[in-house]
Design a protein around this ligand. Structure first.
Ligand code: PSU
Ligand code: MN
Length: 306
């Protein structure tokens, strides 16, 4: 028995022809952004991937199957739905077995993309080590997934609601290459810089593709994180976003928000506290990552020819 995968026609054709494909996640649609910007962003990210010469594959679980590539109707029903499960590695199989609908996080999207033979995945920001993790133990399963599943994940760093120094420490411990794109510093999601140097820095999709393929040749498990800074004109300076982050974190602590609800709660409150600016920035960085993901996917296909 093989994995229950359903490919959209466009993705199936790309696989047959060896064309570049970029995976996109669905938790950002169901838990990361409000309606209707979530649907617009999902559709625009797909369009951005196509305009850069690759095929998009948005991934979600429906009717007992992992869908790799969604129709417009499927995207819209996910974007409107209120009770969709947020799936990480731990939840994926149970959701499939029960036939429930689920949105895939970075971790679950990596698993699904790899099953579908896709090498590159573009998203907003990965999960990481939460502030206060020394007592809460809240460390996103995204980090462990990067250590075991060989995807090249393009994100604007880890969300700045997290403890970024600890997130970088854990990625180093897990042996995950963290590559800043076009700058030395690790980006901070809504802001271009975290003031922390990234372990690696690369300028071009070709270099990033070569690093990815070399890991495969070495038989190293796990993927690499490409940390792509938000475009200059869309960034929110740290001094402006930090107070909103602090307020949202304090409210989360007061309300005893825990486990899977933490990230969606914080993103929602920061949206309200910034009068929607955090969402505009989030959308801009997703588009930017979709474009870079497509260029990396093309470079991998070009370099992978024997
Ligand atoms: N990036 C965004 N918005 C999001 C997420 C990422 O711009 O909502 C989601 C991703 O699916 C990521 C998840 O995997 O948040 C992390 O959740 P947690 O911290 O509970 O592991
Ligand atoms: Mn968590």
């Amino acid at each position: 028995m093989t994995a229950p995968l359903t490919f959209a026609p466009e993705v199936a054709q790309a696989r047959r022809n060896g064309q570049p494909v970029v995976a996109l996640e669905s938790t950002i649609i169901t838990h990361g952004m409000p309606w209707p910007q979530n649907l617009e962003t999902a559709l625009n990210a797909e369009a951005e991937v196509r305009s850069c010469g690759a095929v998009p594959a948005t991934i979600a679980v429906m009717g007992g199957r992992i869908h790799i590539g969604l129709t417009g109707d499927e995207l819209e029903s996910l974007a409107r739905a209120k009770d969709v499960a947020k799936l990480s590695r731990a939840d994926l199989a149970a959701c499939l077995a029960t036939g429930a609908t689920g949105a895939t996080t970075v971790a679950a999207t990596m698993i699904a993309a790899h099953l579908g033979g896709i090498a590159v995945f573009a998203t907003g920001g990965i999960g990481g080590v939460h502030r206060g993790a020394e007592s809460s133990f809240d460390i996103s399963a995204d980090l462990h997934e990067l250590a075991r599943t060989p995807l090249c994940v393009v994100a604007a760093g880890a969300k700045a609601i997290l403890d970024l120094p600890k997130t970088l420490e854990v990625l180093e411990t897990l042996g995950v290459p963290v590559i800043a794109h076009g700058q030395r510093d690790f980006p901070a999601f809504w802001s271009r810089s975290s003031d922390l140097p990234a372990p690696l820095s690369m300028e071009s999709p070709d270099e990033i593709a070569a690093a990815h393929l070399m890991r495969r040749r070495l038989g190293l498990s796990g993927g690499q994180l490409v940390a792509n800074p938000i475009p200059q004109d869309a960034e929110i300076p740290r001094a402006e976003i930090d107070p909103a982050i602090e307020t949202a974190l304090a409210e989360a602590a007061e309300g005893h928000i825990a486990a899977k609800s933490v990230t969606p709660f914080l993103l929602g409150r920061i949206f309200e506290l910034t009068g929607g600016r955090s969402l505009d920035a989030n959308i801009a960085l997703v588009m930017n990552n979709a474009r870079l993901g497509a260029r990396i996917a093309r470079a991998i296909v070009a370099q992978d020819r024997p």
